[in-house]
Design a protein around this ligand. Structure first.
Ligand code: AMP
Length: 358
């Protein structure tokens, strides 16, 4: 274990979106400065950070200068290429870690890793070419399947539903004929995630699991208490999440998404970072996912993950839903988080609102 970072130390965050923004705000609260590295000059995380680097993730010179200016490195987005980081010898300085990043970048690698840990999951087939696609489509059950790109998918992007085998070619065309996995469609009771933090001494804390409601592949709401179907499955899901965090020797926050089914929790995917389904923890937990991630990577003691309150609802504000702050805040239980994005395009996550009831 390394000594805790002193106040004034610099946290380097790869990625400049709202997750980086909320991490930088948590870092500032405990006296750290943040340096955001993002390819996009409008990166909203940099609005609340001390320093920004605008450069592609593949730019080794810029990455090297950034790393030299930071005391610890983390990422807020899992699609960061790991090869330049490894080539620069930065693997030991990045949290939660390069193994967690690599596993989560490929659905095929991720599924194999979690299967080896004993996870239950939807049946799947790797799809590398048209023959594999047609074979996978003809073996689908009556509920059909979902075709997902192996790499670079998020928020339902890079996915296509296949209701009948005859839809397979059109579905593959729609995701750019890239290497993919075909997953059986799961008739789940509800969706939930397990979010944990692992400290440098190996201590693990879990936040409560909310009921996560998605529409069009995008999270819309997280609700706690999550209901009986989820509550009955959280224990088994946590065991799997713990084994994964330990096998990856990850430090910081990791998120694991599950489908609650009558057969038990089916593992869906893992994000090696803070997560949208944990935004409620800013007001709804003793210590938020953002603060505990910063504490873990800085080598500080972890805070309590316990939930505060009787009922919590987090709703994403997507596209134009962000526009009327006064109407959103008319409910005294509401906390508005505006991500500072200027262009409220349809489907874009612009902010969220958390309501806490005691
Ligand atoms: P993902 O990007 O894999 O998390 O998928 C986004 C959302 O699509 C999930 O949260 C589910 O709501 C839905 N979904 C993904 N995979 C499946 C599946 N195999 N069966 C049913 N729904 C799914």
């Amino acid at each position: 274990m390394s000594a805790p970072l002193a106040p004034g130390a610099v946290i380097g965050i790869l990625g400049g979106g709202q997750l980086g923004r909320m991490l930088a705000m948590a870092a500032a609260q405990i006296g750290y400065r943040s340096h955001i590295y993002a390819p996009d000059g409008r990166a909203v995380a940099a609005d609340v950070a001390e320093t920004r680097t605008t450069a592609p993730f593949e730019d080794s010179q810029a990455l090297g200068r950034f790393a030299a200016a930071c005391d610890v490195l983390t990422y807020e987005f899992e699609n960061i290429p790991s090869a330049p980081l490894k080539a620069l010898g930065l693997a030991d300085r990045i949290r939660p870690g390069i193994p967690a990043l690599d596993i989560s970048q490929s659905r095929i690698a991720e599924k194999a890793f979690f299967r080896d840990l004993g996870a239950l999951a939807a049946p799947y087939h790797a799809v590398a070419d048209e023959d594999a696609l047609l074979a996978a489509a003809s073996s689908m059950g009556p509920r059909g399947g979902i075709l997902k790109t192996d790499r670079f998918g998020y928020d339902g992007k890079g996915q296509a539903r296949i209701a009948r085998p005859a839809d397979a070619i059109a579905a593959w065309d729609s995701i750019g004929r890239r290497p993919a996995v075909m997953e059986g469609f799961v008739d789940f009771q509800a969706e939930f995630s397990v979010i944990l933090v692992r400290g440098q001494d190996g201590e693990i804390g879990f936040w409560d699991s909310t009921h996560n409601i998605h529409e069009d592949g995008i999270l819309r709401r997280s609700i706690w208490p999550a209901g009986d179907a989820i509550a009955a499955q959280v224990g088994a899901a946590r065991q799997l999440a713990r084994s994964a965090a330990e096998a990856l020797d990850a430090i910081g926050v990791l998120t694991f998404e599950f489908f609650a089914t009558p057969e038990g929790p089916l593992f869906n995917e893992c994000a090696p970072r803070v997560h949208n389904s944990g935004h409620w923890t800013i007001e709804g937990a003793v210590t938020s996912q953002f603060e505990n991630h910063i504490r873990a990577i800085a080598g500080l003691p972890l805070g309590d993950c316990a939930t505060v309150g009787r009922r919590i609802e987090m709703s994403n504000l997507i596209g134009a839903q962000i526009e009327d702050s006064a109407a959103i805040l008319a409910d005294p239980a509401a906390h508005l988080h505006h991500y500072g994005k200027l262009d409220a395009r349809p489907g874009r996550k612009m902010g969220h609102v958390t309501k806490l009831y005691f």
